[in-house]
Design a protein around this ligand. Structure first.
Ligand code: NAP
Length: 543
């Protein structure tokens, strides 16, 4: 077989490229092509990371055969050198030969690093470019800095696409990347994104800022760059195909947020109600970074989570009376002129599930804890004229809250002698692998037990209460209810509360199953599966 570049006619690029490019890796070409075959129907744009192969020269025949029976595949050949963050240890000349042969085999695009371009002769670059569209790339694996300077250097070389990839070390780095795309996207074909967990905004919103496409991993564990998300996650959770200039942007901001189920729940709600919106996970390492980002990116609303619920209050332009009373804000609405307004929907998250079951006026309620969630519970219950008792590890914190909300405090030693209508756990006891309970069996003397902890779905406290025949409410109800209220504030529409609760329950089940499989190591990606199932369920229901 002759591998001469002239043997095969160049496969042309379609006028409209897909928005998502799946990076495919593998230790041998058969594995790589098999993966590509399984992906290509839904993801026609595929990057073959030839630098992952032990011997890239084995790839051409197999690639050529793939393109013969999958002419719809649009392929990028990449053979990134180790010095530039890839795995290829050969010379620039060897890299050039591999890319040239991959183009001859039918790859319509080749990726050439800026450093490689600088080492090649102009005639060599032109020759390669006559055989495939050239993506000139630059990766900064440490930070987002000097984007314009880097781009000025890149423009010295002829290219069909300029790919600028940086690392986000703050949320604001996404703003810098999107400004770069917006300023240069109408004169040049650009691909731009930030790597890292904090770079997710650029992966989703970079497309509408002017990036020709974005890169995703074939599946969890196959990432070729830090922070890369999977094709499925980008489609099912973030609904990338629908994101356009009119798409409203929402997100959950906190530190950490990687385990938050809010993106899964809220994106499912937006999909169910046909709201043109996307909900992102915003890892803000400081409140300052978050607020700077909110000023520059037209974010329409935020869910605020730990540790910023209290600290954000003083930055709000206005807030509802509950936020002021509780001293914590978990919901932000940003108006068009950039002003931010705060709401507290944790209160509704606690009160709604209770009011559906029991009259709160005059009810005797024990709240365990005196932190943010306990404050929301105590003020909400007091506003409904419930008689509230607070039990907390640090007595002084309980006393302070009791004074502010006109509630009572109670000592642990007295709990056994008292009975309540409702007991609410607002401490982390019972969360995650921690199988503790804030009360012993004999201390649970109530009609209803409401555990605000939602992971796991069934805590030790809930199990003990159920065994005694008590009514039990789990933290998922609070989570879904506070999210439902956020949805209503942001969209003005009734929320699909049942769907939201369902998605969260399934995501937690998936997470528990994966954690069991991986011996207790958290599996962050499991939640995506639940959304995919819900998406299918929704489609089936609508048929
Ligand atoms: P927080 O502000 O940090 O308050 C934690 C409270 O729990 C404090 O009163 C603290 O007592 C007490 N506490 C912490 N560790 C303890 C321990 N080992 N033993 C006894 N008491 C302990 O947290 P938060 O925002 O109120 O959240 C509390 C819990 O509520 C979370 O862990 C979460 O599970 C749940 N939550 C659920 C939702 C939902 O949507 N379902 C929403 C928010 C919160 P000290 O005063 O002595 O420090």
């Amino acid at each position: 077989m002759n591998d001469s570049p002239t043997t095969y006619a160049r496969r042309l690029l379609p006028i409209r490229l897909p928005r998502v490019c799946v990076a495919v890796t593998g230790s041998d070409i058969n594995e790589m092509v098999e993966k590509a075959e399984s992906l290509v129907r839904d993801n026609p744009l595929i990057e073959f990371r030839l630098d992952y192969l032990k011997n890239p020269a084995t790839a051409y025949q197999r690639l050529r055969r793939l393109f013969e029976y999958r002419p719809d595949a649009i392929a990028i050949a990449t053979c990134r050198r180790a010095v530039n963050g890839g795995k290829f240890r050969g010379s620039v000349a060897a890299q050039l030969e591999i890319l040239t042969k991959a183009a001859a085999a039918g790859c319509q695009m080749v990726d050439v690093e800026l450093e490689t371009a600088a080492a090649l002769k102009p005639a060599e670059i032109e020759k390669l470019r006559s055989r495939a569209s050239l993506i000139l790339s630059h990766h900064d694996f440490r930070a987002t800095r000097k984007i314009d300077e880097t781009f000025d250097r890149m423009k010295q070389f002829p290219a069909d696409f300029f790919k600028v990839v940086t690392t986000a070390t703050s949320l604001y780095d996404n703003v810098l990347m999107m400004k770069f795309l917006q300023q240069n996207g109408d004169r040049h074909s650009l691909i731009g994104l930030c790597m890292g967990e904090q770079g997710i905004i650029s992966r989703v919103l970079g497309l509408r800022a002017g990036s020709a496409f974005t890169f995703v991993a074939a599946s969890a564990g196959e990432e070729t760059a830090p922070g890369q998300i999977t094709a499925r996650e980008l489609r099912d959770t973030y609904r990338i195909e629908q994101v356009d200039a009119a798409t409203r942007v929402y997100g959950v901001a906190g530190d950490p947020v990687s385990q938050s189920l809010s993106p899964v729940m809220m994106n499912a709600a937006f999909r169910r109600e046909n709201v043109n919106a996307v909900y992102l996970s915003l890892h803000a390492k400081s409140l300052d970074d978050l607020l700077r980002c909110v000023r520059d990116i037209p974010i329409h609303g935020l869910s605020i989570t730990m540790p910023y619920k209290q600290a954000i209050v003083e930055h709000l332009d206005n807030s509802d009376p509950l936020t002021q009373k509780v001293g914590a804000c978990n919901t932000v609405v940003r108006s068009q002129d950039g002003k931010i307004y705060g709401f507290n929907t944790d209160v509704a998250g606690i009160i709604s599930p209770l009011e559906q079951r029991i009259a709160l006026s005059g009810a005797r309620v024990l709240v365990i804890g005196a932190g943010g969630a306990a404050r929301a519970a105590v003020f909400a219950l007091r506003s409904r004229n419930a008689e509230v008792f607070i039990l907390n590890r640090t007595a002084a914190n309980a006393q302070k809250l009791a004074r502010q909300a006109h509630a009572k405090t109670v000592k642990r030693a007295d709990i056994k002698k008292l009975s309540f209508d409702i007991i609410i756990n607002a401490t982390p006891l019972g969360m995650g692998a921690n199988k503790q309970s804030p009360l012993d069996e004999k201390e649970i003397r109530a009609k209803y037990v409401f555990d605000l902890v939602y992971n796991p779905a069934e805590t030790r406290l809930m199990k003990m209460a159920r065994a005694q025949g008590l009514h039990v409410i789990g933290g998922i109800e609070m989570f879904a209810n506070q999210g439902a209220r956020q949805f209503e504030i942001w969209t003005g529409k009734p929320s699909p509360k049942d769907e939201m609760r369902y998605v969260v329950s399934r995501a937690l089940e998936d997470r528990a199953a994966s954690e069991e499989k991986t011996n207790g190591k958290p599996a962050a990606k499991a939640a995506t599966k639940a959304v995919a199932r819900t998406a299918n369920k929704t489609v089936q229901r609508k048929k």
